[in-house]
Design a protein around this ligand. Structure first.
Ligand SMILES: Cc1cc2nc3c(=O)[nH]c(=O)nc-3n(C[C@H](O)[C@H](O)[C@H](O)COP(=O)(O)OP(=O)(O)OC[C@H]3O[C@@H](n4cnc5c(N)ncnc54)[C@H](O)[C@@H]3O)c2cc1C
Length: 614
């Protein structure tokens, strides 16, 4: 069989913000080196960075003039990542992220990312969820897309080979070192042997992003199936913090996050029968005034977190959906008993700061739609363009949606993983974020650790003179795995079942009993095997990753016997409140590894943020 064998010095898997930044740095470090980027989908059009939008996307950076000021004000940034993250990230990685943020921002600025500036020329910054100071730089709803475009323009002028429409399906390891990867061309029409691409590389950087598709409802684009987590796991690398996943309410139809003004307009939460269900799940005796305040506050704390009492809304929504209901935001009528004057003065002030099209004060209490018109008329327009007409009384169907994986392939300061020859960056990597991730630090992370991984991988490659040779045995093993995908449950069914397991047992409400049930069902799925169906080979290979990612998430959830960040761990499903955090006892992260086919978990103390070293 004739094989497409591609040799390179540095192979980068994934072409989002992290992957492209890594490629640029690798080439600039190792000018004569052969740098190859391989990606699923079209180059620059796949993954989250290239495609995701939201109200106002944030890139966190501490600039010389960022509050609270001072020569080393990035310390506060590092502390936010570490402390607000719940002390379960590596403090030295938090320090690197914060300290390098200014350089990362400047680089993007030089590449032409149109960051919004104030009249005095300084970059405008705002406060995001979970941050103490305003650090979020932005271009608007498409900050990530602008970053991707700027990086693409840069790469176009460099000698970097790009291979698109190719899914990396497995890493190749030899004598404890990663030396290559098997890729499959995504175009299904050709025969398998013509679609196989074998990469041999001195070093590899994983930059494959997150795994939103492993859950039923998410705001990720298509193709985000957690491949990097699966690849690294099967090759034997360590993963960490897989139980910490950012979840928040979003529109099922448009994937728009229902945060900010959409909640600050204080809509009603209804099920499909028109029942206002919140009260059923809130503490007994809670007043309508408190409920109004809670809904308002949800606009300032989108992701589920133990630290924010607004998680009561997510829990209520989740429990209502678990009863088979659908959940909607209604802007036509106020929640029962709501009075605008009943909002806490600090929320009224916040509301006042956001007014764009003022209406008479009396009208403010009339309906959520009146308020939304006053503070964010653009969202009403946007929703209309995307098929939801609030003015005509339509409601927004919402669900708890996955937005970001805080954990991933465990990295250290050089972007290196626990496997020789393997680096990771961006959302695929883990250890740099804790349980909560202050908004804006994910885009930053891709730039900082993308650059570091690119540089360090290139240095390692420069110091290795021999091209790795792929043992034919490994190819045989890979081909026989493909052969085995002829029997068993279809990939489509496995995917659906797995998504339902993760969404039921590893989403907002996690209980020991539920997670055990989920693991049992997952085990049964594994036993049945997985077969290629009409969706094709790549779809089936992605689905194989679902099983590994799903199991890591479930096992991570079960191992953490407390609540922390988005991990709300309940004794029983009907409990009103999650178990408390066991702090500081549980300032540990859970490291997951594949040992001879068995998933092994161990608790480990993260590297502390050492203020004295800063
Ligand atoms: C709606 C939304 C809003 C967000 N808002 C913010 C925000 O305001 N601020 C913030 O900081 N973060 C935000 N995030 C998170 C942030 O955007 C992402 O974490 C970040 O863009 C991920 O970048 P990445 O380079 O790691 O991965 P991606 O940009 O997702 O790129 C992954 C790449 O890997 C490729 N790939 C995957 N698997 C394979 C494989 N097997 N073989 C080959 N290629 C593969 C993909 O095709 C893609 O090219 C948001 C996320 C979403 C979904």
């Amino acid at each position: 069989m004739t094989l497409k064998l591609i040799h390179c010095d540095v192979l980068i898997i994934g072409a989002g913000g992290a992957g492209i930044r890594a490629a640029i740095e690798a080439k600039e470090t190792f000018r004569k080196g052969k740098i190859v980027v391989v990606t699923k989908g079209s180059f620059g059009k796949s993954g989250v960075t290239a495609t995701a939008c939201s109200d106002r996307m944030a890139f966190h950076a501490t600039l010389p003039y960022t509050e609270p000021g001072g020569a080393d004000n990035w310390r506060y940034h590092a502390e936010d990542i570490y402390r607000i993250g719940g002390y379960v990230s590596d403090g030295d990685l938090a320090r690197i992220l914060a300290k390098e943020s200014e350089t990362a921002l400047e680089y993007l600025d030089r590449l032409g990312v149109p960051f919004v500036r104030k009249e005095d020329g300084r970059i405008d910054q705002f406060i995001t969820d979970g941050s103490e100071y305003p650090r979020a730089c932005y271009t608007g709803p498409k900050t990530a897309n602008h970053i991707e475009e700027a990086l693409l323009n840069k790469v176009a002028s460099m000698e970097i080979r790009v291979i698109e429409h190719c899914m990396i399906a497995d890493l190749i390891k030899y004598r404890g070192r990663v030396i290559g990867a098997f890729g499959i061309d995504e175009r299904e029409e050709a025969r398998v042997k013509d679609r196989l691409q074998v990469f041999s590389s001195k070093v590899i950087i994983l930059a494959t992003g997150g795994a939103g598709e492993v859950f039923e409802t998410h705001v990720f684009p298509e193709g985000m199936t957690g491949d990097g987590y699966g690849l690294a796991y099967r090759a034997g690398a360590e993963l960490v913090n897989m139980e910490f996943i950012q979840i928040g309410p979003a529109s099922v139809k448009t994937k728009l996050n229902c945060s900010g003004s959409l909640m600050r307009a204080v809509p009603r939460l209804l099920n499909e029968t028109g029942e206002a269900f919140l009260n059923k799940y809130l503490p007994r005796g809670i007043s309508s005034e408190e409920i109004g305040n809670l809904i308002f506050e949800k606009g300032a704390s989108w992701p589920v977190s133990l630290d924010k009492r607004t998680h009561l809304i997510d829990v209520a929504m989740f429990k209502e959906m678990a009863q088979g209901h659908r959940v909607f935001l209604d802007y036509g009528v106020n929640p029962e008993g709501f009075r605008f004057e009943g909002l806490d003065p600090k929320w009224q002030q916040r509301y006042a700061r956001e007014i764009k099209v003022p209406i008479p004060f009396e009208q403010r209490g009339r309906s959520p739609l009146d308020r939304l018109r006053e503070i964010n008329p653009e969202t009403i327009e946007w929703l209309m363009e995307h098929g939801i007409n609030l003015q005509a009384g339509e409601q927004i169907e919402i669900a708890p949606c996955i937005q970001h994986f805080q954990g991933g392939v465990k990295i250290r300061e050089k972007g290196n993983t626990s496997l020789k020859g393997l680096y990771a960056a961006g959302e695929c990597a883990g250890g740099q974020h804790g349980a909560n991730r202050p908004g804006g630090n994910a885009l930053l992370d891709g730039q900082v650790f993308g650059k570091i991984a690119g540089r360090e991988a290139a240095i390692e490659a420069m110091n290795l003179d021999q091209k790795p040779r792929i043992p034919s045995r490994r190819l045989d093993q890979f081909l026989s795995k493909l052969n085995r995908m002829k029997t068993g449950e279809t990939a489509s069914r496995v995917r659906k079942s797995l998504q339902s397991i993760t969404s039921l047992y590893a989403s907002v409400v996690r209980t020991p009993e539920g997670i055990r049930k989920g693991l049992k069902s997952l085990e049964a799925l594994r036993k049945e095997g997985l077969s290629i169906d009409e969706k094709g080979l790549v779809y089936a290979l992605e689905t194989e990753n679902f099983l590994d990612v799903g199991e890591m998430v479930l096992r991570g959830c079960l191992a953490r016997k407390e609540s922390r960040g988005p991990h709300l761990f309940f004794n029983g499903f009907d409990d009103l409140h999650p178990l408390p955090s066991q702090d500081p006892v549980w300032r540990k992260y859970i490291v997951i590894r594949n040992r001879s086919g068995k998933m092994v978990l161990r608790k480990k103390t993260p590297v502390k943020l050492n203020y004295h070293d800063i």
